[in-house]
Write a protein of this length. Structure first.
Length: 219
């Protein structure tokens, strides 16, 4: 363990950003408390790829330090200059179920012009499990952005609010089979008579992947 720790520290202190990323990947092999302390300085590294790699690991390495992670992720969410890192921060907030950050996610969704950040926020809301996210998910569902709609369908399934079922039904005839596939998964999680009726129809879908997934959810 000492040898691994020394090797990882050396990589993390390297002037080469590739070494620092390798060091971040090696943190998985260390005790979580040690790894968390080592990753903190990399959250604000000068290199975008390093920051992205570091932020992306917080949902596992920060599990025992949620209050500190909340501060770190809020800072990256609003202050990082790169959309990729902001998106990773939103993902980590969802993974850690930091419901205290819901208002921050909601604010940034409406303030940012970056679709990638909006997508990550919507995708994170299902995992976040915050009931207040329902309205924001419905807002995304009603956009004309196919990717946002698909993410919202999946997140609504994870959120588990039955009010979503009648709002999801129109997507059963969407021309994009991947949207129908995600819909099947969402309806399977939400359950209920209405959802089952749509799953019955989608079990006969022309796209084999959709039909099989619907049959699995019916079974």
């Amino acid at each position: 363990m000492t040898k691994n720790l020394d090797s990882t520290k050396e990589l993390l202190a390297s002037s080469d950003f590739g070494d620092r990323i390798r060091g971040i990947n090696q943190l998985r092999n260390l005790e979580i408390a040690t790894a968390f302390e080592l990753i903190i300085p990399l959250i604000t590294d000068k290199n975008t790829r390093v920051r992205y790699a570091a932020v992306s690991q917080l949902d596992t390495l920060g599990i025992d330090n949620k209050p500190e992670c909340l501060d770190l992720l809020r800072d990256r969410l609003f202050n990082d200059p790169e959309p990729d890192v902001q998106a990773a921060a939103a993902d980590a907030i969802g993974g850690l179920k930091l419901t205290e950050a819901y208002d921050d996610l909601n604010q940034l969704y409406h303030d940012t012009p970056e679709w990638l950040i909006q997508f990550s926020i919507i995708a994170a809301l299902g995992e976040l499990g915050e009931p207040r996210g329902f309205d924001l998910l419905i807002e995304a569902l009603n956009t004309d952005n196919n990717l946002l709609q698909t993410a919202a369908i999946g997140a609504l399934g994870e959120l588990g609010d039955g009010r979503a079922v009648p709002l999801l039904i129109p997507f059963a005839t969407n021309e994009d089979w991947q949207v129908r596939y995600r819909l099947v998964q969402a309806l399977g999680r939400l359950g209920g008579v209405e959802a089952q009726a749509i799953l019955q129809k989608l079990a006969q879908d022309e796209m084999e992947q959709v039909a099989k997934e619907a049959q699995n959810n019916l079974g």
